[in-house]
Write a protein that binds this ligand. Structure first.
Ligand code: FUB
Length: 644
């Protein structure tokens, strides 16, 4: 017993010694506490405060402080005095926790986690630099510039979408890069920082190469420099904190959410072919990823974004790639995710490696953001299964899946010819024959939804594409063509869409090519606008807008009588966007109600054919308007209208 007590006492003593040794060697430490002036405090007390630039900020992630670099070249300037530390280092370690935004483009030069240099233009000044870049997880040091670097790298990008613990250590010339406690790369680095001298440009998130990109939208937590090489066991202990950081992140996704005030909703990358899913009070948008630099598609992966208000969108790590399907050769084209029995099924289309032509596959995951895996190992539908209908090899694309009220699932898809088939309860096998669906001028991109008794089959028509609508009282048709739902979406020749209801409001999700400056048919971007129904259940034509859903839909209107001469009465109506009118002296000819905004711009007009009726104000932003009634006999009444 005595021996055990002695042993545990010894272990505790060793831990204390080790902690002291570690603390003693800790020379610079930001836990991202700020002082009263908003500067970042160096908590060892060895150096002055660090300054935040270009929108970089310190944020709370639950109980943790994080440095948020932001989207606009934000960085932290540690100050010139920190160069004295760099100039004194022989053996050393730099440790931090990093969260790389899933949308960050780490392929570009730059993306530096830290940089210690003597100028911001080391390529021409060639006066020395040491850095760690996220692009290839590379540490390097040079007395001039990249032409004389000594460094090591893992060769792969820092993982996106999760907290990663990163440590670079050097003992003599023995260098190691640790990621999450694992020594991912060991090698020799022939210079130590003391031979560089006291650097003057000491940054987090910014490079000394003027043409390099800044590390955008990344988060950092707890940045430290030690004047010794940390032990692997210490590093492993420190790495354990990533679990805590990742769970804090899960309830603080606002830290990386993209707040949209306009269409397109995502501007960091090109997103195409949207599908949408509502699950547990959240909306998930699944998209393709356009990466083309010419006039043909380059699509290798799919993306997912989530939102609980349709305005802030959280990007998630890439959930699915073409390479996740062993049978697929290329082309991460359109698809849809649907939930059944707690599993999420993602129906996609891609080029088939051996059969040729496009094929449909299905991936499965336990949660809506994945990761997804091929659910079958083979394609669900291949080109040779539909040759009796078309001679083209790309007719088996754009799957959309719908589960009817009786639990039967159906898949619709097609190009030139629309098809549908039942799916088995397991969602990964067809349950019966593939049947054609007869729709006028069908091009591709069907989407099926139901509201009340009506089934809606909306799809892309012609080329460039418009979205058309057909309706039926049965999922098996016949489908009655109802005309155009959405016009050609600007400069995109395709017009892929999804329709969802979320919090009692319907939305039309689509893509266009409007993202400056290279947007177009092969660099598309997802947009969202409101969708409205007519009283007979048919769909109103979509109004594509730049504002998107940042303008709240009309929820109520208040009418103030403003003109005694008026003989029009308007009644606020609780139904969304609707107001009733009554015009006692209605004149049957050429009567109109017009609505003008404060600048005098006409924003609404409706011909009036009855003395009583209602106006459906699809989308008026909050504000004051003038409602004006005119008829052939020059009756003219103005009423002020307040949209709340
Ligand atoms: O993005 C590739 C293809 O273009 C999709 O599968 C079609 O719907 C069209 O948008």
């Amino acid at each position: 017993m005595k021996k055990i007590i002695l042993l545990s006492g010894l272990i505790t003593f060793l831990f204390i010694i080790q902690a002291f040794a570690q603390n003693d060697s800790l020379k610079l430490h930001y836990n991202f506490e700020t002082d009263n002036s908003g500067r970042v405090t160096e908590i060892c007390g060895n150096y002055g405060p660090a300054y935040l630039y270009n929108g970089a900020s310190v944020k709370d992630m639950g109980e943790y402080k994080v440095l948020a670099l932001g989207a606009n070249n934000g960085y932290l300037d540690m100050g010139a005095s920190v160069g004295n530390l760099i100039g004194s280092l022989t053996d050393f370690s730099i440790s931090t926790y990093v969260f790389i935004n899933p949308l960050s483009n780490l392929n570009l030069n730059g993306n530096y986690i830290f940089n210690f240099s003597f100028s911001d233009n080391v390529i021409t000044d060639a006066n020395g630099v040491m850095f760690f870049g996220a692009k290839a997880m590379r540490y390097a040091i040079s007395k001039t510039n990249y032409l004389a670097e000594s460094g090591i790298e893992t060769g792969s990008q820092l993982k996106k979408g999760e907290w990663v613990h990163l440590v670079y250590t050097q003992k003599g010339i023995a260098a190691t890069i640790y990621i999450n406690g694992i020594a991912l790369k060991k090698g020799n680095v022939t210079m130590q920082p003391n031979s560089l001298g006291a650097t003057t440009k000491n940054y987090i998130g910014r490079s000394a190469y003027a043409a390099d990109v800044y590390l955008k939208n990344a988060l950092l937590h707890d940045f430290r420099i030690y004047n010794k090489a940390l032990q692997t066991t210490d590093i492993q202990t420190m790495a354990g904190k990533t679990t805590l950081l990742n769970s804090a992140m899960a309830s603080n996704t606002n830290l990386i959410a993209i707040r949209t005030n306009s269409n397109p909703i995502i501007t960091d990358v090109y997103t195409a072919d949207p599908a949408a899913l509502v699950h547990n009070n959240k909306v998930y948008i699944y998209t393709g990823h356009d990466e083309s630099t010419n006039e043909s598609y380059a699509m290798h992966e799919w993306l997912v974004f989530s939102s609980d208000d349709m305005l802030s969108w959280t990007p998630h790590p890439v959930p699915l790639r073409v390479t996740d399907f062993s049978w697929a050769a290329r082309d991460a084209w359109a698809g849809q995710v649907i939930e059944r029995n707690g599993k999420f099924y993602w129906y996609i289309c891609a080029q088939h490696r051996s059969i040729g032509g496009k094929a449909i596959g299905v991936a499965v995951a336990d949660n809506p953001t994945g990761p997804f895996r091929d659910a079958r190992g083979t394609a669900l539908v291949t080109n040779n299964m539909t040759t009796q209908y078309t001679g083209i090899s790309w007719d088996d694309i754009d799957p959309t899946v719908f589960i009817d009220d009786d639990g039967q699932a159906y898949m619709f898809w097609g190009n030139t010819q629309c098809y549908y088939a039942k799916l088995k309860e397991n969602m990964i096998e067809l349950d019966g024959p593939i049947k054609p669906v007869h729709l006028p001028s069908f091009t591709e991109a069907p989407w099926v939804h139901k509201r009340g008794d009506w089934y809606y089959l909306t799809y892309s028509q012609f080329f460039p594409e418009k979205t058309a609508c057909a309706m039926s009282k049965s999922i098996n048709g016949p489908w009655e063509f109802k005309g155009i739902l959405n016009e050609v979406a600007g400069n995109s020749n395709t017009n892929h869409h999804a329709i969802i209801e979320f919090n009692n409001q319907w939305y039309f999700v689509y893509h266009n090519g409007s993202l400056p400056t290279a947007g177009g048919s092969y660099r598309r971007s997802v947009c969202i606008d409101y969708l409205y129904y007519n009283e007979d259940g048919s769909l109103k034509r979509v109004q594509m807008t730049s504002e998107g859903v940042s303008n709240p839909p009309v929820t109520s209107v208040r009418i103030n009588r403003a003109n005694d001469r008026s003989d029009i009465r308007i009644y606020p109506n609780p139904a969304k966007g609707k107001i009733n009118y009554s015009i006692p002296s209605f004149n049957s000819g050429n009567a109109f109600i017009n609505i003008f905004d404060e600048s005098g711009r006409k924003v609404f007009q409706q011909e009036i054919t009855n003395s009583n009726g209602s106006l459906t104000l699809n989308r008026l932003a909050k504000g004051n308007y003038i409602l004006n009634y005119t008829d052939e006999l020059s009756a003219n009444a103005n009423v002020s209208l307040i949209v709340e």
